[in-house]
Ligand binder design. Structure first.
Ligand code: CMP
Length: 136
């Protein structure tokens, strides 16, 4: 059954800084994701605070927003059947220490903060996150 979805993926500053963006994009493509839109940008901390608003009560919120705005990132709209869940599986656990073999965070992640990629956690949030970066 066809369940074509879009999800928002971000290649985070730690990965862009290490020039891993092309390599990570190739992984997405090799797993059947179509990169429908992409842009390399650096965002302000205030924008990171808006993007990660769901985490605003968490102790790590300030560090998280400082980090996401600390350098260039690559924001992408990925399309595939079951894109949201498949992307989360391909990224692996939030903490690279817990991520399974073959996942992006296992391969490239440095720490729970510098975990190389972000992906939407639901179809509903994917729409919100895609609009955040690509509504014009
Ligand atoms: P991400 O999927 O981008 O969503 C929120 C980010 O917060 C998460 O990846 C981690 O990089 C970061 N983070 C830092 N500390 C924690 C924590 N204790 N639990 C969950 N996420 C954390």
């Amino acid at each position: 059954m066809n369940n074509l979805e879009e999800t928002l993926s971000i290649i985070k500053p730690d990965a862009v800084e290490r020039n891993l963006d092309s390599e990570i994009k190739e992984i997405f493509k090799s797993k059947g994701f179509l990169i429908k839109k992409e842009k390399k940008i650096q965002i302000e901390k205030s924008e990171a605070e808006k993007f990660y608003k769901v985490h605003e009560t968490k102790a790590f919120f300030d560090d998280l927003c400082t980090y996401l705005s600390s350098g260039p990132i690559v924001a992408m709209v990925l399309e595939k059947e079951n894109a949201v869940l498949d992307n989360r599986e391909l990224m692996g656990a939030t903490n690279p220490k817990d991520a399974a073999e073959g996942t992006i965070r296992k391969k490239y992640g440095i720490s729970i903060d510098k975990n190389s990629v972000h992906g939407s956690d639901s179809v509903e949030n994917a729409k919100i996150e895609i609009d955040f970066f690509f509504k014009d």
